[in-house]
Design a protein around this ligand. Sequence first.
Ligand code: COA
Length: 513
Amino acid sequence: MDQINERIRLPRLRERLMSPEAAAALFKDGMTVGMSGFTRAGDCKAVPFALAERAAHEPLRITLMTGASLGNDIDKVLTEARVIARRIPFQSDPTLRRQINAGEVMFIDQHLSETVEQLRSGQIAPVDIAVVEATAITENGGIVPTTSVGNSASFAVLAKKIIVEINLTMPTGLEGLHDIYIPTYRPHRLPIPLISPDQRIGLPYIPVDPEKIVGIVITQKADSPSNVLPPDAETNAIAGHLNEFLAHEVKAGRLSPALQPLQAGIGTIANAVLHGMLDSPFQNLRMYSEVLQDSTIELIDAGRLSFASASSITLSKGLYERVLNNLEHYKSRLMLRPQEISNHPEVIRRLGLICINTALECDIYGNVNSTHVGGSHMMNGIGGSGDFARNAHLSVFVTKSIAKNGAISSIVPMVSHVDHTEHDTDIFVTEHGLADLRGLAPRERARQVIENCADPLYRDLLRDYFMRASRRGGHTPHLLEEAFAWHLRFNQEGSMLGKQPHAQAAAPALAEA
Ligand code: COA
């Protein structure tokens, strides 16, 4: 009981302790629910499962909003129980993905900075119940989040009712890691007063009216560990090209050896690229990102990174334990903020970030598809990549040049879905090299992308496409009847190269054409 008293410091709230089943009984069919959780960190670990059980006996369909993706198979369990009718703004679960692509779940794929802005201005349905994982509740009823902030602060502030899940496995030392700042209402909104990644501008807890807290549930489950793969030869090569380019920028006087604050996207490739900075000449780095992955902790431990601000920490098991068991050491180097602040265009532009995000495919002119396989099938969502790419000091996209053992080229004539336009992409990097697109017109961009980034398997095909398109003319030359032929060929024949490896005459390098 001492532990409960220590965690729930406003005594009258202790009377609201209840079972997950009793909390689940507070939900009604058709409600909009805002849950904590951002890239597997800080998600609620009891109420979602009780909701799934309830749905086995009675109709219970909800709109589920979160910060980003959830761990502990929550999206899977809720999808299988048919609880999720509508999902906002990001996911990465294979079962949910299948239902989205079957048209069974309506998915609203949003810039991660935007969801709570739309809620605040009444543009999307209000949150009926917020469910927030917490380390503690303060003397004044403030909610101290755990390993992510995500959208939890505004969900709790804007919701009609709040259910708090106190997770006893989260160390109380997490208190003080968070900085909760919520923008004021328009039309008299004040500038966000953040001019450095390590600056504290808000409160260490989510300020709510304690009377809105209608239930408190105790949990003891850890976050799911990160599922990124370790670096490999290709991702090491990508990191090497990017480090070489950044070192060149330092030499040219356009960047200092501390670079600019870094943002790195989710997933295996972005994590590996940041990991590659361990072998770079850069010092005193800082991050202003949305997710901190293993690479952040490795850079801090190596003395390369002095401070990292984000909205969540998603780590593999060993590093998760190391950080949670040594919070006093890491807390002075880390800060977690609401995702609308970590991803806010105003702040990103002011701080001048170097943003490194991952493309599924990009085209010869610099448009990027980060979300839709084959132009139609949702992978995860745009996440924060658009928030960062549009407003970056330097917008870098990384990808392996081929996927599925070479059956897919990640560099195509025209992307089958556009998330980031040519106007938002400065640098492309694959394992083969780097294309610096700054200050280049479309025809110049195409030469850089094809010659520096495409896999040799596809380079001649791209040269051939570009040269024939160029002869037809245009500012951004295309052969519209062929622009998606590669995707069609993959669908029909299982490879963008077709059944037979292409036997056409090798096209000359574009510099010679
Ligand atoms: N067409 C089809 N599939 C492709 C592909 C393409 N052009 N390129 C890659 N893939 C497949 C890979 O084969 C792999 O499939 P598998 O899981 O079956 O092995 C999968 O996509 C993931 O690719 P991987 O190379 O492992 O990259 P990743 O883990 O770094 O993820 C994204 C890449 C694009 C899916 C991921 O970064 C993402 O969802 N990005 C959008 C959100 C975002 O950028 N947020 C950033 C702000 S934090």
